[in-house]
Ligand binder design. Structure first.
Ligand code: FAD
Length: 456
């Protein structure tokens, strides 16, 4: 079918105002803010109902046109860049908060609801509840973040955001609508089981299987007081044990590590940020005492910081990149990896060395996931967007990091195309076979975000 006829069909589905093939509209959908190379999109479409999504997917499947689902488009590793052209489906108009269940603590929302929107809604209407949100800009979507195993303030206690999904409404390439989780059986979107759990198939699959139109995400109690206890560690080798002890004592809602050569006072140290919450000053004081003792025992130091600095780190989301080495041109690749606790010292070494080798000021950090079950490490590699060589430098640093991470036993997070191929090279053959079989079964024409997770 000709481009003009496809445009006409898309216009019939969503209306003229919400589809475009004009180069000035497509420019922004052909790239992301990270270091990946841009690729041209053919159409952008913004549906507002699940039915519209079904019709668009049916059209794309019939005509074998690639579809790339996009939330906030802020993952930074090229996951919403249309590698093989086609339709970028921008989900932002699907922004209804359908239900907040106070008692069972979940939010049923459409896939385009942003973290800023849900935070603001809960702050106003349900101030005792909080959603899982990352430190990313508030225009990211809750769905996009949960679907890439994102993490944030509650992750040390309750796990990554992918594990907080209770249920999904999904449109598969056959154009059918599927409900996954308890919502397949009950009116309550309150749990994933106890039925065979297919939700995991949609996390970290980067839009290669279907389009999520609704999701139920867990909410958590918000305690009266939330504060921070800073520690300063000179020897990274002591960190795995120290962190294991902190999680054993169950005092922390969130634990972040910061490693940066700038500002100067941070150089040579690992900053430990433990977020604690409570209902009374007594509870906070007790938790602080426990932390000070644990710091002392591991030869780290408790650090009192100026009020203003504490306030910055208590912001939600905090402006995570304030310590980053911003270059002229403003490019910023934020990459990461999941590793076991034991590998923290090695990860610090790898990230710092690769940064220095690429003349980037080391700026990295880590967040604890699920009471020490995993650590999400992040590296920021800055570059000048106006300088292709500098962008290549950031991409090379990223690739080296992914290789090094896989070698020591970690797994790159939200990996860009080249990183996905590195993971696939190391992946168990039968896991790969399963991935390929599932993909071929559900998406026989390969229309869903093609190029990603391609088993060759
Ligand atoms: C300054 C900064 C700080 C950050 N801090 C954090 C942090 O603390 N923690 C963290 O986890 N991340 C962080 N990030 C990374 C990233 O921004 C977030 O993880 C973000 O939540 C991604 O959401 P998004 O809506 O932008 O997803 P997108 O980039 O739009 O999408 C992510 C993936 O999901 C797929 N997808 C999106 N919507 C759908 C759908 N409806 N159906 C099917 N597939 C879909 C896309 O195709 C893509 O593959 C940070 C980023 C920046 C720029």
């Amino acid at each position: 079918m000709s481009e003009i006829n496809i445009l006409k069909e898309l216009e019939d589905i969503v209306g003229k105002d919400y589809v475009s093939n004009r180069s000035e509209d497509l420019y922004i959908y052909s790239q992301d803010p990270g270091a990946s190379l841009s690729r041209p999109a053919d159409f952008v479409v913004m549906p507002i109902t699940s039915k519209e999504v079904q019709e668009i997917v049916t059209l794309a499947n019939r005509e074998k046109i690639p579809i790339v689902p996009m939330g906030g488009g802020l993952t930074l590793s090229g996951l919403v860049i249309p590698i093989k052209g086609g339709i970028v489906m921008d989900m932002k108009r699907m922004n209804k908060i359908i239900e907040i269940n106070e008692l069972s603590r979940f939010a049923l929302i459409e896939a385009g609801v942003t973290s800023g929107q849900l935070l603001a809604y809960l702050n106003t209407n349900h101030p005792d509840l909080q959603p899982p949100v990352p430190d990313a800009p508030p225009s990211i979507t809750i769905a996009g973040n949960a679907l890439i195993h994102g993490s944030g303030y509650l992750s040390q206690k309750f796990g990554d955001h992918g594990s907080m999904i209770n249920g999904l409404e999904v449109i598969l390439p056959d154009g059918e609508l599927y409900k996954l989780g308890s919502c397949a059986v009950s009116d309550y979107w309150f749990t994933r089981g106890p039925i065979p759990d297919f939700i995991g198939m949609f996390t970290s699959s980067f839009g290669t299987i279907g389009i999520i139109t609704k999701l139920s995400i867990k909410l958590f109690p918000k305690h009266k007081i939330r504060t921070l206890v800073f520690g300063l560690c000179k020897d990274p080798k002591t960190l795995p044990k120290l962190i294991s002890n902190i999680t054993f004592d169950d005092v922390a809602e969130d634990i972040l590590l910061g490693i940066a050569d700038k500002p100067d006072w941070m150089k040579g140290y690992v900053t430990i940020m433990v977020y604690i919450t409570g209902e009374s000053e007594d509870e906070i004081n007790n938790k602080t005492k426990i932390l000070k003792k644990l710091y002392r025992e591991s030869k780290s130091r408790y650090m009192k910081v100026p009020k203003r600095l504490e306030e910055i780190f208590l912001e939600k989301p905090q402006f995570a990149a304030t310590a980053a080495d911003f270059r002229k041109g403003g490019g910023f690749e934020y990459v990461g990896a999941f590793v076991p606790l034991k590998l923290i010292p090695e990860m610090i070494k790898i990230g710092s060395e690769i940064s220095l080798n690429h003349e980037i000021i080391p700026t990295l950090g880590a967040r604890l996931i699920g009471q020490g079950h995993a650590v999400m490490f992040f590296f920021t590699y800055s570059f000048n967007r106006a300088d292709p060589k500098d962008m290549e430098n950031a991409r090379d640093a990223l690739h080296e990091t992914n290789k090094a991470v896989l070698e020591i036993g970690g797994i790159p997070w939200k990996a860009e195309l080249a990183g996905q191929q590195l993971i696939l090279e190391k992946m168990d053959t039968n896991y790969k076979k399963l991935l390929k079989n599932i993909k071929n079964l559900l998406d026989p024409n390969g229309i869903m975000n093609p190029g990603n997770w391609e088993v060759k």
